[in-house]
Design a protein around this ligand. Structure first.
Ligand code: FAD
Ligand code: UDP
Length: 385
């Protein structure tokens, strides 16, 4: 329910139980649970002109459903999270496949048997692929960095072809300077399985993410204010508790210094042809290509249209904070903010920016549901017998 431009903020006089900053997965799931599960009055705000956070999708000028902030593919191993989201959407089966442009041809990533055979003109079977990789792998005694992870599995040549350039572009850092967790997201396989994810549930919201968010937030106890920064209204609104899903360092006026985030510039285009590429995402690891990947949305949504819409992603240091950067010194700085947060009454931090974690959508949903459970248990303990 969105507020009328001139309408009064229902609940303003008596105040809200919760002010939630950020209408992405974190804030929206929590708002829904608090409103529908506990009957709380919630004011949900976002400084952007829409709900959904980075998962926001919309129909572009040509009527093609696109993701404004790059490709969002839903995958999870948690039935609980699927059950929860299924209250607000039906699903469309979709298994994500990605190609990487290497040595002038497009080959599957994660590296698998097909990748090796295409790249080296071989006809390896699964055991042959395992031997091929074992012969090239450079065992690393203690795997600490994103370089170690890959070199240890596939050796330096494949590391350089697929990972070094892409990672340097994406993060503005060499893989040797990033936590192992970053490139460990992408496995190596000796089978023919060329799916990007192996999760038990891989489906897209049938009518898109925004429609799912609209249904989630359609509750009389939830008020939504868009185009509204927390700082503009924090003094004007009465509430008992704040849940903050924006960058935690910004909330504390960067008092310990800025937490680094990586940003992206999205270049959206609609082409007067039915299809551009064979799969939804093609990665470009070469360092002399300025973008990291191109997404073609119709593969994700199954939409039929005589045109096709695509997005180029150009990583950048400046701009909206999209990615927390996983490395030791940043984790240490985040811990200082976390300690400050723990010592601050009346506010809880949540989500990818609020807890500075490189989380996927399902992990953020899980985090919000876990917070809801804690709030519910606290209320039960506090209730008189
Ligand atoms: P966000 O979605 O970032 O929402 C936070 C909201 O808070 C924003 O809308 C922001 O405007 C608002 N906000 C911040 N500060 C303020 C303020 N002061 N006042 C008011 N509002 C404020 N995950 C997957 O599972 N699969 C994928 O394929 C996938 N692809 C991705 C691709 C890209 C390019 C990116 C950047 C992320 C991708 N993710 C993917 C991750 C996914 O986007 C996040 O896990 C999820 O959206 C995080 O939800 P959130 O609510 O924590 O944060
Ligand atoms: N990566 C890479 N080459 C690829 C794909 C991924 O080097 O072709 C590295 C890169 O550092 C990237 C990380 O692996 O940031 C995680 O990839 P993922 O596709 O999970 O990134 P996201 O979708 O979160 O941007």
């Amino acid at each position: 329910m969105q507020d009328e431009p001139n309408g009064s903020l229902r609940g303003k006089r008596q105040g809200f139980d919760y002010l939630i900053v950020g209408a992405g997965f974190a804030g929206s799931v929590l708002a829904e649970r608090l409103a529908a599960g506990l009957g709380k009055r919630v004011l949900l705000i976002d400084r952007r002109p829409h709900i959904g956070g980075n998962a926001y999708d919309h129909y572009d000028d040509d009527g093609i459903l696109v993701h404004r902030y790059g490709p969002h593919i839903f995958h999870t191993n948690s039935q609980r999270i699927v059950d929860y989201l299924s209250r607000f959407t039906k699903w469309r089966p979709y298994e994500h496949r990605v190609l990487a442009e290497v040595d002038g041809r497009q080959v599957p990533i994660p590296i698998n048997r097909i990748t090796l055979n295409l790249l080296y003109g071989l006809a390896l079977d699964e055991a042959g692929a395992a031997d091929f990789l074992a012969a090239r792998a450079e065992p690393v005694a203690e795997i600490r960095s994103s370089e170690d992870v890959v070199v240890n599995q596939v050796g330096r040549e494949l590391y350089e072809k697929f990972f070094r350039g892409y990672t340097r572009k994406q993060w503005g850092l060499d893989p040797s300077q990033l936590d192992r967790s970053v490139t460990a997201r992408v496995p190596t396989r000796t089978s023919d399985d060329d799916r990007y994810f192996t999760d038990s549930f891989q489906q897209m919201p049938l009518h898109g993410y925004t429609r799912m968010f609209e249904r989630m937030l359609d509750h009389r106890n939830i008020k939504i204010l868009l185009n509204t920064d927390y700082r503009e209204i924090c003094k004007a609104v009465r509430y008992r508790h704040l849940v903050y899903c924006g960058p935690i360092d910004e909330y504390f006026d960067h008092c310990y210094g800025r937490l680094p985030y990586r940003s992206l510039q999205f270049h959206h285009e609609t082409l007067d042809r039915e299809q551009l590429q064979p799969v939804a995402v093609v990665n470009y690891p070469a360092e002399d290509v300025p973008w990291t990947r191109i997404t073609e949305y119709k593969h994700l949504t199954g939409q039929r249209h005589h045109k096709t819409s695509i997005t180029y992603e150009y990583p950048s240091a400046e701009g909206e904070p999209y990615y927390p950067i996983p490395r030791q010194e940043n984790t240490e700085l985040y811990r200082r903010y976390q300690a400050l947060a723990d010592a601050t009454q009346g506010v809880t931090f949540l989500g990818r920016l609020g807890t500075y974690k490189y989380y996927n959508m399902d992990q953020v949903v899980g985090q919000a549901l876990a917070l809801y459970k804690r709030i519910k248990e606290d209320e039960r303990c506090a209730a008189p017998d």
